[in-house]
Design a protein around this ligand. Structure first.
Ligand code: ADP
Ligand code: MG
Length: 694
């Protein structure tokens, strides 16, 4: 890339005219540090001030631009203390309207009787005639109109940083770079996919002259963002799978049939289908890299068990890594029981074990005496050595990065890899997003599950909800109360949970046993609390979202979520999945203090469906770009403009383009692709750790 413009983009925003230290600090709150951050701070919306009407054509409810002459002096009327009304009559050759402002005394000085102005504002019905409320105005005879007669961007903003300021700074920033921005996309890609020039795209996404401009500019920028994402993902896939000869596991059908016969229930059709896909992969000599997606409770564990038994029956060892000790123990205990029956030895490896315990297990893994080991991050430590590792399974994949998966895999000679996740996303999207994995979906729950009844309530219901919790606990059930992440800092989060726990323990439920669980607790204490909850020594567990992943306490039937509006839908779905695991009817109570339409809409979705796939689709639709629930957790770059759900069509095209580019130039070494490569490396930097893009 031309080094001048590259340097310019990385310069601090203090280099933009009109930005000093105070403003810079405000912009930093929006994540804007350098000029590139500034110009990629895209509008969230636009205000169309370009449609121009005569006064007689204005109708109640619309926001519109019109020209008129000020017919009267500005009148001032104190409505009450702190609220003063200012009004003028405005007229053109078709009619009259009243302009209304509040608390703007300087208008008396600036609006001149007899002068012509252009106004833009919302038209409302006033006492006698139509009124235009708080209109923006500027003199009509000005050559170029700054505020009216055009489409105006509306930016994500923050306190003390007005739209006008952001617009003005944006204009200056663009002046400094537009014209010199370099296209990272090869010319043939731009031609094939009808993409506009990058300089056009940046000026028009911010200051468009028509809807058509917005559409073209946005299309170009979304395409580029998604293309970079796809290229990054596909490169990883190539690196992972490159020319590796994997293990061809034996068919051993009989052993598998025996195993299935011993588990005490029939596999669902979805489980059968997914197992067939895995079995086929395992028997081929290609290295398996497969993702199993299934909603909470869809029965992923048994599918993992099948893969493990097949591994062992073929003479290899298997490893299963999960994100928490609680989960490791649960998986270990349930797998140990079924594996024992088939003469397969299992072991648990977690951080809290004593040195002696660990070294004993480690030597058994190394000698091959242990067939299957289940554990936490402890599994990827250097000292863990396998005799013959053939299968690597990670559960609840979003807690692990590609790097950790790779480290574990490297302990064997190209073992097969199975990744399990309970984050359901639409298939089309999964196919693209998990560019580095093949995908199987368990889209069916085992028979006989009772749906969790869900209610969104507000604080006025607290007494009733409390007595409902009380009733359930008295009947022998248990409840979770989840408090939200109040701030990015864990400290505050912990405090909020602590406060709630104290209040609950002292006031609402003083006759019950209340426990507390939060991320800041030492893991030994967390284990202990969880174990006591499982053992029914705790009736009500107040916690932060640490319980979100996979924990199984079938006797817990109530999930109460405080400030549910602060959670993403997918997260609420995961939380709800913690109950409804036993034979008793379960309930999910969502305290919603969110007044916005979107907040209400989201609560409605939670009440209407328990289908994780539908929920994730709605989640995608209701959220803005970059907020997609998975991307951060998957270690993918944030999206600044694309919406993975709404821009599905562009996503498909971008994927096609990415494949075509890599087909022509696998390592992105051609001159035309160098800028692309540089940009991908920059975007994925630190996100995917040691997976190189070479
Ligand atoms: P998840 O997909 O959330 O990991 P699990 O594997 O923990 O789900 O399964 C949830 C529960 O459903 C477990 O108690 C498991 O034994 C049970 N289960 C799994 N598959 C079936 C099936 N086909 N029929 C009946 N119960 C099943
Ligand atoms: Mg599970």
């Amino acid at each position: 890339m031309n080094s001048d413009i590259k340097e310019m983009l990385k310069k601090s925003i203090m280099n933009i005219k009109g930005v000093g230290e105070t403003r810079a600090r405000l912009f930093q709150k929006l994540g804007i540090f350098n000029i590139e951050d500034m110009i990629t701070h895209f509008p969230a919306d636009y205000e169309d001030r370009s449609s121009f009407k005569k006064i007689c054509q204005l109708t109640e409810g619309e926001s519109c631009t019109f020209e008129g002459i000020i017919m009267s002096k500005v009148t001032e009327k104190i409505l009450r203390r702190g609220l003063t009304l200012y009004q003028v009559y405005i007229k053109d050759d078709s009619g009259t309207i009243i302009g209304t402002w509040y608390n703007q005394p300087y208008l008396k000085k600036v609006l001149c009787v007899g002068e012509s102005y252009i106004f833009y504002g919302k038209i409302v019905r006033g006492f006698k005639t139509l009124e235009v409320q708080n209109p923006i105005y500027e003199k009509a005879d000005r050559g170029e109109h700054k505020k009216t007669m055009k489409i105006v961007p509306v930016y994500p903003a923050t306190a003390n940083l007005s739209q006008n300021t952001i617009r003005a700074v944006m204009e200056k920033a663009l002046e400094q770079v537009v014209g010199n921005l370099e296209d990272v996309l090869p010319l043939w890609i731009r031609k094939t996919y009808c993409l506009s020039d990058i300089n056009y795209a940046f000026s028009n996404i911010h200051f468009p002259r028509s809807d058509e401009d917005i559409k073209n500019a946005r299309h170009r920028l979304v395409f580029e963002e998604l293309l970079l994402l796809q290229l990054g993902l596909l490169s990883i896939k190539t690196v992972l799978a490159d020319g590796k000869e994997g293990i061809a596991f034996k068919p051993n059908r009989k052993a598998i049939q025996d195993f299935i016969g011993s588990i005490g229930f029939q596999l669902t059709n979805a489980q059968k289908r997914v197992w067939e896909e895995i079995e086929k992969d395992m028997e081929s000599s290609r290295v398996m890299n497969r993702l199993v997606q299934g909603d909470v409770g869809s029965g992923k564990t048994i599918v993992a068990a099948l893969a493990l038994i097949k591994t062992v029956k073929s003479g290899y060892q298997g490893a299963m890594m999960v994100p928490t000790e609680i989960l490791a123990k649960q998986h270990y205990e349930s797998l140990r029981d079924i594996m024992d029956k088939h003469g397969v030895s299992t072991a648990l490896l977690v951080g809290s074990q004593t040195k002696r315990q660990k070294s004993e297990i480690l030597s058994k893994i190394e000698s091959g005496e242990v067939n299957i080991v289940i554990g936490t991050h402890a599994l990827i430590e250097d000292k863990v050595k396998f005799l013959k590792l053939g299968m690597v399974i990670t559960d609840e994949q979003h807690r692990f990065g590609v790097r950790q998966r790779t480290v574990l895999s490297n302990k064997g000679l190209n073992p097969d890899v199975l990744v399990m996740t309970a984050t359901p996303i639409p298939r089309t999207l999964a196919l693209i997003l998990y560019g580095d994995l093949d995908i199987s979906i368990i889209d069916e729950l085992p028979p006989g599950r009772k749906a969790v009844e869900t209610y969104a309530v507000d604080n006025s219901m607290r007494e009733r909800i409390n007595s409902f919790i009380r009733k359930n606990v008295l009947e022998g059930r248990q409840a979770y109360i989840v408090c939200p992440l109040v701030d990015e800092s864990d400290e505050i989060e912990a405090k909020s949970a602590l406060k709630t726990a104290e209040k609950i323990a002292k006031e609402d439920f003083r006759d019950f046993r209340v426990g507390l669980l939060h991320g800041k607790m030492p893991s030994r204490d967390k284990e202990d609390v969880m174990q006591r909850f499982l053992g029914r020594e705790i009736d009500i567990l107040v916690s932060t979202t640490v319980i979100e992943v996979g924990v199984n306490v079938p006797n817990a039937t109530m999930m109460v979520v405080e400030n549910a509006e602060r959670f993403g839908l997918a997260q609420l779905h995961q939380l709800r999945g913690r109950v409804g695991r036993g034979s008793h009817q379960s309930y999910c109570i969502l305290y919603n203090e969110g007044k916005s339409k979107v907040a209400k809409e989201r609560m409605k979705v939670m009440q209407q469906t328990t289908d994780g796939f539908i929920i994730s689709e709605k989640d995608l639709l209701l959220r803005g770009p970059g907020e997609f629930f998975g991307t951060r957790q998957h270690g993918l770059p944030d999206l600044k403009i694309a919406n993975l759900y709404r821009d599905m069509d562009i996503l498909k095209k971008a994927q096609e383009a990415a494949q075509e580019i890599l087909k022509r130039d696998k390592n992105l070494c051609l001159k035309e692709n160098l800028k692309l490569k540089e940009k991908i490396a920059e975007k994925f930097k630190g996100k995917l750790n040691d997976v190189s893009l070479n």
